[in-house]
Design a protein around this ligand. Structure first.
Ligand code: PEP
Ligand code: MG
Length: 565
């Protein structure tokens, strides 16, 4: 029994299936029949007990004075609060509320009271209370999510979807593969799986196979196939495939200390895309020339509060130290759309990808932007920093950013704190940014093309929707032409141009991208050496000719045929 999907992170994985049940946090609004009152009260007390026991297990192994231990403790104390439990039981008895409605109302009241105090520190506690309320309702509905703290080694996770924030909380060392029903090739969860080197298959309707928890399955994310109940013969063949793949990766390590130079002597600078300090360490181990994209929001997906200026400064200094003279490109927080931070309450939006995202969000929240700018300015005294801004479409937004930088510099002067100079750049992620490029470039040192969003916004195709992945790939005539327009304009203004979308990590696209004149690529860590080896095997002269032909194609299929042959 096998099933195909979209392989978003390559590799072969053997393991036991673990289903991540989707939490059902829906509230039952029905008026409770009198006969149901007693059992409903029991459901509530039982659910409270179950959640307390799960939380207590979660504390095992944590230091008592650690922040996580204390946070879990606060939740346990709230659940043990007899007055609170009584209020909920009374609501069931007197108002004939369902248990879920009683929880929803009483916890909401608690959270609102805290919010009314208008204290930013307590605001995060109000958020925690709402999360706890959801977990308690899920427990009442019998769908409390799998407790991942007990995940056995070599587990293969099955879920409808995993958000980037949920991914950040996974015990990665015990996960050998991930299968999702949804998810696109350039979704942020796919990017995270690739960076972590975890084989992953998305857009896979695995329900058809009725796989049980604990069942042995094999994920072949090289060919994009999930195997349930594999025969002995198939198992041996896939073991061999896994072995060949690890030998291939081993071979690629020989490119670690080599420069990316084509056979006819054309040099390309390869940088890495990272999301935390340990990935920055791997950057140097893999021989990248620096960090071309530090997605700073990724490292906060698991955080309970926003790090202050000093903590961000120390982190950037650590990163510069690891990079030992190579540049660090810090992208300011790109939150919104599918990336929410646990400590930041983001108002509901009908179309979040078209809403308050990236710089739109940080410009509206100087309390988030300014500490990051000041930390980067201070770190620039200790190494080479490039600061990059996401989701800027027009000069007005860039004006506001430049103004904020000036304000931060003035504040540092009056605080008598030293700072250095950094390069300023923008992500090119929307067709508007390309059309407005001539007005933006005079103010910039560099631009970096973000093809994941550029494709999403040009094609009006949600990057997380697997049904659109095949028809609207980044490797398409429209996107190549937008890239070419950006390169041409940047050369006129003598501004450096890089490409940091996942297209740079696609070995089929390298010839065309380099042939079009890109001298810098920033790549997902798992693809870095493969791209380097492709460049070292290539011929720049031929690639220029290929790129000219590619830019003249009008169909995706025609383009793919051209670049794949
Ligand atoms: C992009 O949009 O191409 C990009 C690199 O940014 P992100 O994937 O983080 O949105
Ligand atoms: Mg983007």
């Amino acid at each position: 029994m096998s099933l195909a999907g979209v392989a978003v992170s390559s590799g072969v994985a053997f393991g036991q299936a673990v289903h991540l049940i989707e939490q059902d946090c829906s509230v039952d609004f029905h008026l409770l029949p009198k006969s149901e009152i007693k059992p409903e009260k029991q459901r509530l007390t039982q659910a409270v007990k179950e959640l307390i026991s799960i939380l207590e297990t979660g504390q095992n192994g944590l230091e008592i004075d650690s922040e996580n231990f204390q946070l879990i403790d606060a939740d346990i104390l709230l659940l043990q609060d007899e007055d609170l439990l009584n209020d909920m039981l009374i609501a069931i008895e007197n108002q004939r509320f369902s248990a879920s409605l009683a929880v929803d109302r009483i916890f909401d009241f608690q959270a609102s009271e805290i919010e009314a105090l208008n204290d930013p520190i307590l605001a995060s506690r109000a958020y925690d209370i709402r999360c706890l309320s959801n977990r308690l309702i899920a427990s009442i509905n019998g769908t409390l999510t799998w407790d991942l703290s007990h995940l056995r080694q070599a587990s293969i996770l099955f879920a409808k979807d995993i958000t980037p924030a949920e991914f950040a909380m996974l015990p990665q060392q015990n996960i050998s593969g991930i299968i999702l029903e949804t998810g696109g090739l350039t979704s942020h969860t796919a990017i995270l799986a690739r960076a972590a080197g975890i084989p992953a298959l998305f857009n896979c309707s695995y329900q058809e196979l009725s796989i049980r928890n604990g069942q042995t399955v094999i994920l072949d994310a090289i060919s994009g196939v999930l195997h349930a109940k594999p025969s002995q013969e198939l198992q041996s063949a896939l073991r061999l495939k896994q072995l060949n793949e690890s030998e291939r990766l081993q071979q690629l390590l020989t490119f670690k200390d080599k420069e990316a130079i084509t056979q006819d002597g054309h040099k390309v600078a390869l940088y890495a895309n990272v999301g935390n300090l340990s990935e920055i360490t791997r950057t140097t181990e893999l021989g990248a020339q620096g960090v071309g994209l530090f997605r700073t929001e990724f490292m906060l997906m698991n955080a309970t509060e926003y790090p202050n200026e000093q903590n961000q400064f120390l982190l950037y200094c650590d990163a510069l130290h690891v990079l030992d003279g190579c540049p660090l490109t810090i992208r300011t927080l790109d939150i919104g759309a599918d990336k929410d931070l646990p400590f930041e309450h983001h108002a509901h939006e009908e179309n979040p990808a078209l809403g308050i995202r990236g710089c739109r969000y940080t410009l509206a929240h100087p309390e988030l932007l300014k500490p990051q700018l000041k930390a980067a300015l201070r770190a620039a005294n200790h190494g080479s920093i490039r600061l990059m801004f996401p989701m800027i479409n027009q000069i007005e937004e860039l004006d506001s950013i430049l103004q904020e930088i000036e304000i931060c510099k003035q504040e540092l002067v009056s605080e008598e704190v030293g700072f250095g100079d950094f390069e300023i750049g923008l992500m090119i992620e929307t067709p508007a940014a390309v059309m407005n490029i001539n007005s933006l470039l005079p103010h910039l040192d560099f631009v970096s093309i973000g093809t994941n969003d550029l494709t999403q916004y040009t094609m009006a195709a949600d990057r997380g929707n697997p049904q659109l992945t095949k028809a609207f790939p980044s490797l398409s005539p429209a996107i190549l032409n937008l890239i070419k327009m950006t390169i041409t304009a940047a050369k006129v203004f003598d501004v450096k141009v890089s490409l940091c979308g996942e297209l740079a990590s696609d070995k089929r696209a390298v010839a065309v991208l380099v042939g079009m004149g890109l001298e810098e690529l920033s790549i997902n860590l798992s693809s870095l050496l493969e791209i380097k080896s492709t460049i070292c095997d290539g011929n720049y002269n031929n690639w220029q000719t290929l790129a000219n032909s590619a830019l003249k194609t009008s169909r995706v299929s025609e383009l793919h045929e051209l670049v794949c042959n």
